[in-house]
Design a protein around this ligand. Structure first.
Ligand SMILES: Nc1ncnc2c1ncn2[C@@H]1O[C@H](COP(=O)(O)OP(=O)(O)O)[C@@H](O)[C@H]1O
Ligand SMILES: Nc1ccn([C@@H]2O[C@H](COP(=O)(O)OP(=O)(O)O)[C@@H](O)[C@H]2O)c(=O)n1
Ligand SMILES: [Mg+2]
Length: 210
């Protein structure tokens, strides 16, 4: 149905995903709230595959892709890359992985990300894991992250916070209005945050098994 472009896109990507029918959890929260850290814990304990949108975009820059320069400039400015680029990377990563359970970290980051992902893949998240953390704590963590990231400087961090407030929080609000948000106090130490995360995953997994 729809345009030829839509049909083609379904044939090349949508069909691979609809066959898979993957289970997806969106992991959201401000920059530095601890998304990547907690995803690593969830992978270890609950068998999900972690897909960080930011990591996929950074790998795309490194691969020498034709979009690389554009992505690099957007990340440096703290701006959100057009969803068609990010969604293609996510679709490919899901299709190529044998697992059927994915943590999608740092996506959707704006309304365009959200609506396009749903339209292209037909996938709705099981729930949205939301790491709630004060800006001062996030700023402190980002300045101490030491991963050599070009966007972990105070100037870009301020831009990323603005984008988060203006564009990403409304997406969390959208899912909240649908009862899909599981909010975690992310200002606590890593272990305590993970204790709270665990309680969300254990009952969900048990329910799925019975
Ligand atoms: N609960 C926490 N308390 C203190 N530091 C944390 C906590 N969670 C993560 N960190 C540290 O903060 C930085 C940002 O964490 P990260 O998981 O990369 O966040 P995000 O992916 O949300 O940007 C990292 O250096 C990480 O080690
Ligand atoms: N859905 C997404 C996710 C990240 N990005 C870009 O990648 C940057 C880093 O994202 P990230 O998720 O790795 O950052 P953190 O929240 O982990 O600090 C963002 O500031 C955006 O520039 C994007 O454009 N679209
Ligand atoms: Mg991250």
């Amino acid at each position: 149905m729809g345009t030829a472009v839509e049909a083609a896109s379904k044939e090349t990507t949508g069909s691979a995903l609809s066959q898979k029918n993957p289970k997806v959890i969106f992991v959201l929260g401000g920059p530095g709230s601890g998304k990547g850290t907690q995803c690593a814990n969830i992978v270890e304990h609950f068998g999900y595959t972690h897909l960080s949108a930011g990591d996929l975009l950074r790998a795309e820059i490194k691969s020498g892709s034709e979009n690389g320069t554009m992505i690099q400039n957007m990340i440096k400015e703290g701006k959100i890359v057009p969803s068609e680029v990010t969604i293609k990377l996510l679709e490919k990563a899901i299709a190529e992985n044998e697992n059927d359970k994915f943590l999608i970290d740092g996506f959707p980051r704006n309304e365009e990300n959200r609506a396009a992902f749903e339209a292209v893949t037909g996938i709705a998240p099981e729930f949205v894991l939301f790491f709630d953390c004060p800006a001062e704590e996030m700023e402190k963590r980002l300045l101490g992250r030491n991963q050599g990231r070009e966007d972990d400087n105070i100037e870009t961090i301020r831009k990323r916070f603005r984008v988060y407030m203006e564009s990403s929080l409304p997406v969390i609000e959208y899912y909240n209005s649908k009862g899909k948000v599981r909010k975690i106090d992310a200002a606590k130490p890593v272990e305590e945050v993970f204790e709270a995360v665990k309680t969300l995953f254990t009952p969900v997994n048990e329910k799925a098994a019975t």
